[in-house]
Design a protein around this ligand. Structure first.
Ligand code: ATP
Length: 250
């Protein structure tokens, strides 16, 4: 899910979500629930992709979060593990998360969608959201982004249209903080409560103040390459999958 430079201009509202942003309050009420989209390379998925995301989803009152592993991320080197392995690990992690109750207690539905893995070419979030809107025109979407990803939003493909067509929920990540002062587009979009986010059709940014997890896939891969198993950063099923399939070891 992600990136690359906005090729400029274009009112994405039209492209992305029809008249979504101009809806009346009644039309908005009639629309479906707000669904979270959490994209990433997930190379591999780790605890920082789970607990902070669940907490942010709860803070924002999301009914569902869809995890979307990137096929060919446009803004970074090719993932180390295959798309099949990354997808398998995300499925395992979500199964465990549901059993383990954090999400179950919060009554948040967790799903994984291979939409970007199946698509040829770079995994642009704009294209993904457009396709999801075509599939389910009544659903409103909120991108869940770690603060590092949110800070890079301006480099994403058709980012202005994307930002106007979805909500964004920023997730705290150790080592990253929002810029001060905020850029004008961010300041105009930012809301202070989840209620304001839910009341709007699209185009708002809400920063969820959640517990943080100081972990990254890069650090996990480095630990495994150095002979460790990074077990405390991973769901046990993912740690075992990595070991059995000899991922990241060389
Ligand atoms: P890498 O180290 O390979 O760059 P990563 O750990 O940053 O990987 P990604 O799959 O690139 O993981 O990130 C997917 C999404 O998860 C991004 O929005 C990113 O900001 C967010 N994210 C990753 N780790 C954390 C974390 N520890 N806390 C909060 N958000 C996170």
């Amino acid at each position: 899910m992600t990136a690359i430079r906005d090729r400029g201009g274009g009112d994405l509202r039209g492209d992305l979500c029809g008249d979504l942003c101009g809806d009346s309050r009644e039309q908005r009420r009639q629309r479906g629930q707000l669904c979270g989209l959490f994209g990433g390379t997930f190379d591999p998925i780790h605890l920082g992709h789970l607990r902070p995301v669940m907490a942010a989803a709860r803070a924002a009152g999301l009914a569902k979060v869809i995890y979307i592993p990137a096929g060919a991320p446009p803004h970074r080197p090719r993932p180390v593990a295959s798309a099949g392995d990354r997808l398998a690990m995300v499925k395992m992690a979500l199964d465990a998360e549901l059993k383990d109750s954090a999400a179950a207690d919060m009554e948040i539905k967790l799903e994984v969608d291979d939409i970007e893995i199946k698509r040829r070419g770079p995994s642009f979030t704009f294209d993904t959201v457009q396709e999801l809107h075509r599939r389910a025109p009544q659903t409103r979407y909120a991108l869940l982004l770690g603060l590092d990803a949110l800070l890079g939003l301006e480099t994403w493909h058709r980012w202005k249209a994307l930002q106007r067509g979805v909500h964004i929920i920023g997730i705290a990540r150790p080592g990253w903080r929002a810029p001060a002062p905020l850029p004008a587009w961010w300041r105009r979009a930012q809301v202070e409560s989840a209620a304001e986010l839910r009341a709007a059709a699209a185009g708002k940014i809400f920063i969820a103040e959640t517990a943080t997890a100081a972990v990254s896939s890069t650090a996990v891969r480095a630990r495994i390459q150095a002979g460790g198993d990074a077990g405390e950063c991973l769901p046990p099923a993912v740690r075992d999958y990595i070991r059995v399939h000899h991922l990241y070891a060389d």
